[in-house]
Design a binder for this molecule. Sequence first.
Ligand code: ADP
Length: 194
Amino acid sequence: MKRMFNLILFGPPGSGKGTQSEKLMARYGLKHLSTGDLLRYEISRQTALGKEAQNFMDKGQLVPDEVVIGMISSALDENPDAKGFLFDGFPRTSAQAKALDELLKLKKAPIAAMLALDVSEEELVKRLVKRGETSGRSDDNNEQVIRARIVEYHNKTAVVADYYKQFNKVVMVKGEGTIDDIFKRLCKEIDKRI
Ligand code: ADP
């Protein structure tokens, strides 16, 4: 792998992006950039950015584009030697997708593929409610907030797949089954492109 290899792991809340990201970064040595994790870290430190983000996250709404784009831009700058990046939970709007393309253009390292996890809505809600019992994430504790996140996904995030479809970069992967089955499906697609 000479050139930087960048991937987007895409899918609705609860589709398993975080779980699969852990396994993918271990296998491929990619730097994992999860905007959800970065935002929760800002909240835990009670930074100004974290406090602003929390108001949106508590309601199940997306955090404003300029906030997450700035965060990703800094993260890219902080990792100049990365072999590649695995974007998880980003981009989530068309504006974020365009901003990411511009940032990666500067690095001459485009997105190789968007791997999109496909999971039914009832399975999503089931998983998120279950995760809420143990994760300590307040946005998983409340079914109304969970439903709001899924609505945001359909209204603002699903179109991001259309953006990458015009460049033939979207790969649909079945996101149901065991964690290992799904991981194998993802690896098969990545190995074709790496
Ligand atoms: P999930 O996808 O399971 O809901 P995440 O950790 O990816 O979990 O995101 C949690 C919350 O963080 C989202 O509901 C949203 O409020 C905020 N968030 C994360 N990533 C973004 C993003 N790229 N743009 C806007 N808001 C984001």
